[in-house]
Design a protein around this ligand. Structure first.
Ligand code: PRP
Ligand code: URA
Length: 220
């Protein structure tokens, strides 16, 4: 799968875009205001699964003995128990099952954050990840990277808990959010399916897809 770093956007060095045609097709369906809650949920799940293939390309492999029908040999297995998915509540929850389908051995932590509607700054309300954080690869999941406040706060909390290897995976990113996350955490690679134009005055991504949490869970 091609995840070419963004051509011509020299100031976004942490960002890679997953450009697979199926991902791009499904992102367009996701943006459509007529997409129902049921279809929105299924699309987020499918895109997360397709992105999982790409964002796991650098996972550590361990040799593993295996008996084929013909002989004994040594293959390779992902050391999946060291992988941890961390959805940012609520909308990140929609990406968990799709990723787990490809890495079923992963653990799942949770970070609860919401954006204050007037300041747009994140307010945190929940944090739970496995204890051996320094030994794990963390994938923080959230469909939207808008101002970057929630992503930066989530990464900060993970580092405070001892995490050393963290990637951020979203569906739609705004340049402002990619820059803010990179300024605060230049060691954190960011993967998205689409880099959009800008934020509006309310902090929504344009053209975007609206409020991901509301569309996923049918609230509003
Ligand atoms: C949305 C989204 C991100 C955040 C992105 O969550 O899922 O977590 O906004 O915005 P930012 O980059 O400007 O911080 P929201 O705060 O709406 O909470 P919800 O998922 O509970 O609806
Ligand atoms: N959160 C969302 O759900 N959508 C946006 O466009 C920005 C933040």
């Amino acid at each position: 799968m091609d995840t070419t770093p963004v051509a011509g956007v020299a100031d976004l060095p942490t960002l890679s875009i997953v450009r697979h045609p199926l991902v791009q097709h499904k992102i367009t369906l996701l943006r459509d205001r007529r997409t129902t809650t049921k279809d929105f949920k299924e699309l987020v799940d499918e895109i997360a699964m397709l992105m999982a293939y790409e964002v796991t390309r650098n996972l550590t492999l361990a040799p593993a003995p295996v008996e084929t029908p013909l002989e004994h040999t040594t293959g390779w297995l992902v050391s999946g128990k060291k992988l941890t998915l961390v959805p940012i509540l609520r909308a990140g929850l929609g990406m968990v099952e799709g990723m787990l389908r490809l890495v079923p051995g992963a653990r799942v932590g949770h970070i609860g954050l919401y954006r204050d509607h007037s300041t747009l700054e994140p307010v945190d309300y929940y944090f739970k990840v496995p204890g051996d954080a320094a030994e794990r690869d963390f994938f923080v999941l959230d469909p939207m990277l808008a101002t970057g406040g929630s992503a930066a706060a989530a990464v900060h909390s993970l580092k405070r808990a001892g995490a050393e290897r963290i990637s951020f995976i979203c569906l739609v990113a705004a340049p402002e959010g990619v820059r803010r996350l990179a300024a605060a955490h230049p060691d954190v690679p960011v993967y998205c399916a689409a880099l959009d134009r800008e934020l509006n005055e309310q902090g929504y991504i344009l053209p975007g897809l609206g409020d991901a949490g509301d569309r996923l869970f049918g609230t509003r």
